[in-house]
Design a protein around this ligand. Structure first.
Ligand SMILES: O=C(O)CCC(=O)C(=O)O
Ligand SMILES: [Fe+2]
Length: 314
């Protein structure tokens, strides 16, 4: 595999053939140790689902700011709902991002003990159901399907790390994974403006759908920005910081950004994160005497809280 961001067909993981599973795992392991960025095809997320999400999201982003603000993240105790332009800054040293977003996570009812304890990441989703009837069901169903895709990908990753194939399963029980829809308006006068600043993702693994506009770039080992061109029906996958910490930098969390092409763009990352209490500490097979653990242990909640506060300038 020579490409920096290769395309890997994972369809064989759905077949009952252990050797084929190991072949995919080997490819994924190789790329995670190098660029930490790849695309997958052969997954089981139907294109119609993506289209439906895109259509509903466009309807939502076309509403007035006042309407969108009815589900504002700023009026919510947890990081869910609508974020307007210039709220998030992923690259702390450079210009502020230019995008608007909708965020949802794992829904817990208000009377759930974790929600009662005022956990900053736990609670109900807030959907614009009143503004766009039918939204909630489509988005909640998609969240479940993306969670299932993440489970399949973690099976591949576990095999690549020579772990038991279900190793990660229990860690993602009632997880902190976030599904986000991002709208970057086309700014014809400001081509090549950075609209999502250079950053590494905070979490474990990001599974991103991008529409056909382009603009996503990843930094290679020579510090050059490489385009990640859209591939119809594929997801872009990238390793996040918690996975790099978990694997003692065996797997790479790579910097990426988005440039404005002058055209309106929609992307949809699914940020996979484990349960908030999950301890992120060097996996035993990723360290030895010559290569001791580099990072202190931290819970998923502690780590995400720190990174969220920085990104939202809190
Ligand atoms: O919009 C994209 O293509 C990338 C977004 C991204 O990297 C992020 O939100 O972490
Ligand atoms: Fe990212």
């Amino acid at each position: 595999m020579k490409e920096y961001v290769p395309v890997i067909d994972i369809s064989d993981i759905y077949q009952n053939d252990k050797n084929k599973h190991l072949k995919i795992a080997e490819q994924v392991d190789y790329v995670c140790r190098n660029s930490g960025f790849f695309c997958i095809t052969g997954h089981h997320i139907p294109r119609d689902d993506i289209q439906k999400i895109k259509d509903l999201s466009r309807q939502f982003f076309n509403l007035s700011l006042k309407e969108k603000q009815t589900i504002s993240i700023l009026n919510n105790e947890i990081y869910r709902g609508y974020s307007s332009y210039e709220l998030e800054q992923l690259d702390q040293e450079n210009s502020i991002d230019y995008k608007e977003m909708f965020d949802m996570g794992y829904h817990l009812d208000s009377d759930h003990p974790e929600v009662q304890k005022k956990d900053p990441f736990r609670g109900p989703n807030i959907h614009p159901e009143i503004l766009i009837p039918g939204w909630t069901q489509v988005f909640e169903t998609h969240y479940k399907k993306m969670t299932e895709l993440a489970r399949v990908v973690f099976k591949i990753i576990a095999l690549g790390l020579k772990l038991e194939e279900h190793f990660f399963n229990a860690m993602f029980y009632e997880s902190l994974s976030t599904f986000r829809v991002i709208h970057y308006p086309g700014l014809p006068e400001q081509r090549n403006r950075v609209v999502c600043g250079a950053h590494t993702d905070y979490g474990i693994l990001t599974i991103l759908y991008q529409d056909n506009i382009g603009g996503l770039q990843v930094r290679n080992q020579e510090n050059q920005w490489i385009d990640v061109p859209p591939i119809e029906g594929a997801f872009v996958m990238n390793i996040g910081d918690m996975m790099a910490m978990w694997t003692n930098d065996h797997y790479k969390s790579t910097s990426h950004r988005v440039l404005n092409t002058g055209h309106d763009r929609i992307s949809m990352p699914f940020f996979t994160e484990p349960h908030p209490d999950q301890l992120i500490q060097c996996l035993p097979q990723c360290s030895d005497k010559q290569n001791p653990p580099k990072y202190p242990s931290v819970t998923c909640r502690e780590w995400l809280l720190k990174r969220f506060k920085a990104a939202y300038n809190e």
